[in-house]
Design a protein around this ligand. Structure first.
Ligand code: ADP
Length: 258
């Protein structure tokens, strides 16, 4: 028992020490540490998968044509995930470096939405999802914003609506007047929806409702945090309404140009 007592005392001391250590760190430090830990984890998982398949191939599996193709395809999936995470990390680093430096111009948001529809039409088709405007617009809708960054916001929201939307469903994008000075852009899907308890954390880096499902869809877990970052850099709001089992509506405001 004396040994156990000693051990438990030194454990207590250790824990106490750690507590003080943690307390003395600023919130920013701990945020950075969590982020680094998450990054390492997000990179490690697919990397180990790829390594596993390559090693198995090297150990002889390469001689069997069927297995070779299967393992190469899986290794390739892992590499694709790595690329997705690294691309999004790169984007976050750029956004943080640029701060709130935006390249503001006036543009027709309907045209930008149409561009995004064109870019992802094939991806949507694969899940038999249609990408549509919520109504016929007779005139251009001019907004003020950083066009490249707003395109990224639309891309991330539309891609999510394809990934988490109902197969055979429709993603609607619409623009409405929100106030005297603002429009609101809404991206609506009739997919799985999001339970209330997840909504407040959904825009955090690497937060996912379903880890394996998101990874299987090739997600980096960073898409919505990028969306939030860009919208807030514009001093605008991002909103989310969702009913579990019915669908979600992600929307953001933008300044009217006039
Ligand atoms: P990723 O899609 O790469 O996991 P995101 O940051 O884009 O990362 O999204 C975070 C999580 O939010 C997703 O993993 C998913 O659980 C949930 N999510 C995002 N968009 C939708 C949507 N349209 N419908 C349902 N769930 C969604």
């Amino acid at each position: 028992t004396t040994d156990i007592d000693k051990l438990s005392k030194s454990m207590q001391k250790f824990v106490e020490g750690k507590r003080l250590e943690i307390k003395s760190l600023t919130e920013r430090d701990s945020f950075r540490r969590d982020f680094l830990g998450n990054v390492a984890h997000e990179l490690k998982t697919p990397l180990f998968t790829v390594q596993g398949y390559i090693l198995t191939l090297l150990e002889g599996a390469v001689n069997d044509k069927e297995i070779r193709m299967k393992y190469l395809n899986r290794a390739n999936k892992g590499v694709e995930r790595l690329v997705a995470v690294i691309k999004d990390l790169d984007m976050i680093a750029k956004l943080e470096n640029e701060g709130t430096n935006l390249d503001i111009e006036v543009f027709n948001i309907l045209e930008l939405i149409q561009n995004v529809f064109d870019l992802f039409e094939m991806k949507a088709k694969k899940r038999n999802i249609s990408l549509k405007f919520d109504k016929v617009y007779e005139f251009p809708v001019f907004v003020k914003g950083d066009i490249e960054k707003i395109e990224q916001v639309l891309i991330n929201l539309v891609v999510n609506s394809i990934k988490y939307g109902n197969p055979n469903g429709t993603t609607y994008v619409g623009v409405e007047s929100y106030s005297d000075k603002k429009f609101i852009i809404k991206v609506t899907d009739n997919g799985e929806g999001i339970k209330k308890e997840h909504i407040s954390r959904l825009f955090e880096r690497f937060y996912r409702v379903d880890q394996s499902r998101s990874r299987e869809q090739g997600g980096s877990g960073l898409g919505l945090s990028i969306v939030k970052h860009i919208v807030e850099a514009h001093n605008e709001n991002i909103l989310l309404k969702s009913t579990f089992g019915k669908g979600s509506e992600f929307s953001f405001t933008l300044e009217k140009a006039s």
